[in-house]
Design a binder for this molecule. Sequence first.
Ligand code: SAM
Length: 232
Amino acid sequence: MHTISPVGTIHTPYKEKFAIPRQPSLAPSVITELHLSGAANTEAAVRELEQFSHLWLLFLFDQNLQAGWKPTVRPPRLGGNERVGVFASRSTFRPNGIGMSAVKLLGVEQKQGQVIIKLGNVDLVDGTPIIDIKPYIPYSDSIAEAQGGYADSAPISMPVHFTAEANSVLNKHPDHSYRKQALSEILSQDPRPAYKKGKTDSKVYAASLFDWNVSFCADDKGIHVLNIAPLA
Ligand code: SAM
């Protein structure tokens, strides 16, 4: 038996699981920070890391650990109806609750003793424990002839429209262009349950993103951001 201790914690705009893209590359503009902790919080541990453009993050699906796992799961890519083996999926309910994401390295800095690794292309809830970091090595990790099975191509994205009300909140924010781009990329993935994909539905959904509660609905023209309010 070996005990695993996190090497850091990631800080992201995703305050809950709902609306997080299902894979890391789907919201490329979103910027996140990995703060190293304990014995790993040392500049020595990240020496020469910036030679690499991309990294592998290994992490714990900590919000699902208590729920356990089942040998078969229903991937959203198959509409949430068909079952495949857990090992033929990226399900968050797994025997050891370990996830892995290939992310973009934006920079490494140290502020008052805190080593911070800035990352793009992250699909993790704010506060997710990171258990290892490794450089992505293209000659070995990128396999040109690889086959993606039932997830062979990127999911279809939807246009995102903002109401005047939502735009007026966005435009008051000092980082409004970044936030609008980030919200557009995140919501274009249509975060609704898989069986609602491509369907109009009358429900208004709410996602906790940045320090906002973002409400939206969907129809055949795309996703409509109805309002943006401070998170309670
Ligand atoms: N790229 C990783 C992988 O393949 O192992 C994660 C893929 S998983 C399908 C991505 C989803 O994990 C996100 O959309 C979010 O709902 C969920 N998620 C992210 N962080 C989590 C956490 N800390 N605990 C549980 N679920 C999480």
